[in-house]
Design a protein around this ligand. Structure first.
Ligand code: ADP
Ligand code: MG
Length: 407
């Protein structure tokens, strides 16, 4: 195995060997060089090079938020709690002035990374898969205030370079479908205290989840579904959803950081007589014969802005706050448990433990492609939260999803 230059002082934690990307080498999460031979592997990986062609593990990027004005002033004398080495895809978490732990991710996005770059490395490969008929999920995990909503949900009305992943994903989808034969259906939901609320119709505040026992597909029959034909109406939908989210949270006397926001985009494509727009590899059937009956290809993109991960530790609170902390604890730790079970190839993945994991069931299972972005802040005061976020991301890097086209 090749020794890479710049071997790090202190512990280097790399949990798994890197293998080539499952689907398309053109994506940003593509094949990576082998790790240096001095790295410590704390867990063996099940994903070897041989099965890389049929499987894709969860891709994990870490993004550092720039210091805000308060941090610039208050922490001026202190170094950031992390040091990023994007070219090595490494992050060093400082333990003290002279020692740090080093972690590797699929992408390491510094405080200078543009929204465009973040979209391209985190979400674009997932959107491409969804257009090809897979289920795809993009999740943001991290402490409140570290940039989850900035990364996913920014509209960029005044400054288009600020547009987040939701807006950019829809632009890409609209640019790549055929309006005559394809359809885009969108729902926007919030999960709070184990109740699913419709952000497009506040009267719908307890939507149930239905799972198809045969296919494992998840549906939400009570949720509002809006057909999208153009970017303008999607932006209106996001604005409406956000307004309802604020109103619902005001009514419940809570903040958005305590609920999970979930955008679902269903794409139905009739593939008759044309090839998949993104298909450059042998990963999809050849569809050019005019004698073939139309093939309906259904993809689902789910974008999840998770509740602030710090709530996990806030169980010291009382009354309603305690119930809320428990509920967030339940859903985020259920997500963590599913990620661990999948990472360890466990026969039992406890998807039924929370509504969040039930909703994401088909993101974990047979047909999914998933990207996780973990967001962190630079402040040394939040070092413990940052460490816990980094560890969550590291575990997720071991999760493997088998890929199948749903037709
Ligand atoms: P979260 O959703 O994780 O609670 P936000 O997305 O609301 O965090 O971000 C908190 C604050 O930090 C916001 O004012 C946001 O504009 C700012 N911010 C977050 N990420 C960045 C970034 N990469 N660049 C500049 N500002 C950012
Ligand atoms: Mg937020």
């Amino acid at each position: 195995m090749a020794q890479r230059n710049g071997a790090q002082r202190g512990a280097v934690k790399v949990d798994r060997p890197f293998s080539s990307s499952a689907l398309r080498p053109s994506s940003s999460f593509k094949s990576r060089p082998p790790p240096p031979s001095n790295v410590r592997r704390s867990c063996p990986s099940s994903l070897g090079a041989a099965d890389a062609s049929v499987s894709g593990r969860v891709r994990v990027a870490v993004r550092l938020r720039p210091r805000n004005t308060e941090e610039l002033a208050a922490d001026a004398d202190f170094a950031d709690c992390v040091e990023l080495q994007p070219e090595l895809k490494r992050l060093k978490l400082r333990k003290n002035n002279w020692d740090s732990d080093t972690y590797e991710f699929d992408e390491v996005l510094t405080e200078f990374a543009s929204q465009k770059r973040v979209y391209e490395v985190v979400a674009k490969p997932v959107v491409e898969s969804v257009l090809d008929g897979y289920n795809g999920t993009v999740m943001a995990y991290g402490q409140t205030g570290t940039g989850k909503t900035f990364t996913l949900g920014r509209l960029g009305d005044e400054d288009t370079s600020a547009r987040g992943i939701m807006v950019r994903a829809m632009e890409d989808i609209l640019a790549n479908i055929s309006p005559q034969t394809d359809s885009i259906l969108v729902s926007y939901l919030q999960l709070y205290m184990e109740a699913i609320q419709d952000l497009l119709n506040p009267a719908n505040d307890n939507i149930s989840i239905v799972e198809d026992p045969k296919t494992g597909d998840v549906s939400l029959p009570g949720a509002t579904v809006v057909e999208i034909h153009e970017q303008h109406s999607f932006m209106e939908l996001l604005r409406l959803g956000e307004a309802h989210r604020v109103a619902a949270n005001t009514k419940l006397n809570t903040e958005s950081s305590r609920s999970h926001a979930i955008l679902m985009v269903h794409i139905k494509r009739s593939m008759s007589g044309r090839e998949s727009d993104f298909s450059s590899e042998n990963d999809t059937p050849h569809l050019s014969s005019t004698f073939n009956p139309p093939i309906l290809r259904k993809g689902k993109l789910v974008i999840v802005d998770l509740a602030g991960s710090e709530r996990i530790h806030k169980s010291g609170s009382e009354g309603h706050m305690l119930e809320e902390a428990k509920s967030i604890n339940l859903s985020l730790s259920a997500l963590g448990k599913c990620i661990n079970a999948l990472a360890e190839n466990s026969a039992h993945v406890p998807v039924r433990d929370s509504k969040l994991t039930r909703l994401l069931r088909d993101s974990f299972g047979g047909t999914a492609r998933t990207s996780l972005i973990v967001t962190i802040g630079p402040s040394p005061r939040h070092r413990a939260e940052t460490a816990s976020t980094i560890l969550f991301g590291q575990r997720a890097m071991k999760v493997e999803n088998m890929l199948k086209i749903k037709e």
